[in-house]
Design a binder for this molecule. Structure first.
Ligand code: PMV
Length: 324
């Protein structure tokens, strides 16, 4: 094989109905289905070069050579791709994200979505959206939601074949905005991969999982009808349920910082005054504050004035992963 390369770009996504806990931790078959929105303007750009001169896989993140767990995860994904393509060549992977990584914005989602598209293309494979979504999922569960565009549902399934994501509405369907409130630049102390493994140590996890189909139905319907009030109710509930599981796990996972709670209080109080706004929080201290596009500027400004808020980024619904 001569040198073959490809470059792909993917957005991170924010989950409205969260994925927390695995049925199969190796393949990332989740305990429950989830719904998310891709985040436009934020991206990971990844180049993969299969080069016969290489004696092992290499990874560069933000311009720095990286080893350890990050390289192991990339190596495992490349092994899958090599097996599918019937090749043995090693690859150099160069990845750059234009947003803070590991701080409650799912950088592993955009990273593994971009990696699976770039690596399969460079290896000469042409996977369809479903196959790519399944492959991205094996790198990081939520990455399977960054393959299709817009508003996306990840059908949990019970096997590798059944567990993949698809669009439920295009990015243009609803001008929803995610005001991403950064309250801490620190990397999260417990990664989501480690966190998923603790989910069942909480007595609340079975109840959360059993009720998921009801919340999924409410969230899907609210998105399709662009019904912000119903959307806000189920999205906040779902985030609170996931954090209730996290906090009551052994050991307890408390991702919130004082400024996280400050933002939660402010959002709930603005909503009670009549503003269309709600929050959702991933495995980190930063808060995703959601609102209709027309309100985004006003809400982002209010958020910037809260104590402990370092930065507010805004993102509209984003498109699918694509090749450069
Ligand atoms: O894909 P992972 O293993 O990084 O898990 C993501 C977990 C949450 O962000 C907390 C929820 C979600 O559905 O994105």
């Amino acid at each position: 094989m001569s040198i073959h390369s490809a470059t792909a770009i993917a957005c991170p996504n924010i989950a409205f109905i969260k994925y927390w806990g695995d049925l199969d931790p190796c393949l990332h078959i989740p305990a429950n289905s989830s719904i998310s929105m891709n985040l436009e303007g934020l991206y990971t750009r990844t180049q993969v070069v299969f080069d016969p001169a290489l004696r092992y896989d290499q990874l560069t993140l933000e311009g720095e050579p990286v080893g350890g767990i990050a390289l192991e995860r990339v190596n495992a994904m490349l092994d899958r791709v090599r097996e599918m393509a019937g090749i043995a060549t090693f690859a150099a992977v160069d990845s750059f994200s234009n947003f803070p990584i590991s701080a409650g914005i799912a950088s592993s989602a955009s990273a593994f979505a971009a990696l699976s598209l770039a690596a399969t293309t460079a290896a000469g494979l042409k996977l369809n959206e479903k196959e790519l979504s399944r492959l991205a999922r094996t790198g990081s569960g939520s990455a399977c939601r960054s393959i299709p565009g817009g508003f996306v549902e990840w059908q949990a399934g019970e096997s590798d074949e059944e567990s993949y994501s698809f669009s439920i509405a295009s990015p243009k369907h609803w001008d929803l905005v995610d005001c991403i409130v950064l309250v801490s630049p620190a990397q999260k102390p417990v990664s989501s991969s480690e966190g998923h493994a603790l989910a069942l140590t909480s007595i609340l996890q079975p109840t959360r999982v059993t009720d998921t189909d009801r919340r999924l139905g409410l969230c899907r319907m609210a998105i399709l009808r662009r019904d912000f009030a119903s959307f806000a109710e189920v999205v906040e509930l779902d985030s609170n349920l996931m954090h209730a599981v996290m906090i009551t796990s052994t050991p307890s996972l408390l991702y919130w910082q004082p400024a996280t709670v400050e933002v939660m209080h402010a959002v709930q109080s603005w909503r009670s005054e009549g503003l269309p706004v709600c929050y959702t929080i991933d495995a980190g201290p930063n808060v995703h504050v959601l609102c209709p596009g027309g309100e985004a500027e006003r809400i982002a400004q209010r958020l910037r004035e809260l104590p402990g808020v370092l930065q507010v980024l805004t993102a509209y619904p984003g498109g699918p992963a694509y090749l450069e």
